[in-house]
Design a protein around this ligand. Sequence first.
Ligand SMILES: Nc1nc2c(c(=O)[nH]1)N[C@@H](CN(C=O)c1ccc(C(=O)N[C@@H](CCC(=O)O)C(=O)O)cc1)CN2
Ligand SMILES: [Mg+2]
Length: 294
Amino acid sequence: MATVIDGKAIAQTIRSEIADEIRLLSQKYGKVPGLAVVIVGDRKDSQSYVRMKRKSCAELGIKSFDVDLPEQVSEAELIKKVHELNANPDVHGILVQLPLPKHLNEEKVLSEISLEKDVDGFHPLNIGKLAMKGRDPLFLPCTPKACIELLQQSGVSIKGKRAVVVGRSNIVGLPASLLLLKADATVSIVHSHTSQPESIIREADIVIAAAGQPMMIKGSWIKPGAAVIDVGTNAVDDPTKKTGYRLVGDVDFAEASKVAGWITPVPGGVGPMTVTMLLKNTLEGARRYIAQNN
Ligand SMILES: Nc1nc2c(c(=O)[nH]1)N[C@@H](CN(C=O)c1ccc(C(=O)N[C@@H](CCC(=O)O)C(=O)O)cc1)CN2
Ligand SMILES: [Mg+2]
C-alpha cells in the first residue's frame, strides 16, 4: 500500500513557520504582509476558495484587502482596481481569482498586476522566466509549487526521474511540467489529444494529475512504487452525503493506492498546500519589499 501524503498536516506545519516569521517581521519593522484577493462575480467554488484564502490570512497575521466586484464589471474598472492595489504600499501580493467571467480577458488582466506583487505567478513575464533555463520568476504558481513541496517533504527525489503531467492548463499543468523540468526530471505532458495516455503514464516515476476528469487514472495505469500527486477536485453526485456530492480527484484513489509508493488524497492533499504556498509567496513579497525600502 502507498504512503498517503497528508497535505493538510504538512500545510499546517508550514503555516505555523510562516506565522512565526510574520511575528518577527512585525516586531522588527512594524509591518505585516498584505494580500489583496480580488474576486469577480459569485461562482460558488470561487467564493469558497476566496473565503479560505481570506480566513487563512487572518489566522497567520497577513492583512487581507478584500475586493469583491460584480459579475458585469468592465475590464477597464477591474484593471483600474488592480492599478490602485499596485500603488498601495501596504499590499505586497495581489491575486485575481480565476476563472473570470467570459467578457474579461484573463491574460490582459493578469498582465496588469505588478510583477513584484504577482503572488499567483501567473503574469506572462513570470511564466516566461519559469520557462527559461537559468532564469527564475519572482513567484512560482501556487499549485505547481505545492506539488513539488509535497514530493520533497515526502522524500521523493525528482532529478533524473520520469515524470508525467496529465493536463496542460496555464494554472497547473504547464507550469508544473516546467518546474519538474527545472528540477531535472524527464517530463512528458499528456492531454486530451494524447493517444493511449495509459502507456505513457505507466512509465512514470512521478505522476501529477491535473486533468479535471474524475477518477480517470486507474490503478493499472500506475507504475508500482510511483509517486502520485492528484490535483483534481471534482464534485460527483453522492446521495449519501448531506450536500448531495463528494469530492474526488483525477486518480482512482482506491485502486492507485494499492500500486503507488506515495499518493495524495482528495480532499486533504494538494488543496491545503496550494493556499499555504500563496501565503508563503505573500510573505516573500513582503520581505522583498521591506528589504528594498529600508
Ligand atoms: N487566482 C487563482 N485562481 C485559481 C487558483 C489559483 O491558484 N489562483 N487555483 C484554483 C482554485 N484554488 C485556489 O484558488 C483552490 C482549489 C482547491 C483548494 C482546496 O483546498 N481544496 C480542498 C477541498 C476544498 C473543498 O472542500 O471544497 C482539498 O483539496 O482538500 C484550494 C484552492 C482555481 N482558481
Ligand atoms: Mg475570459
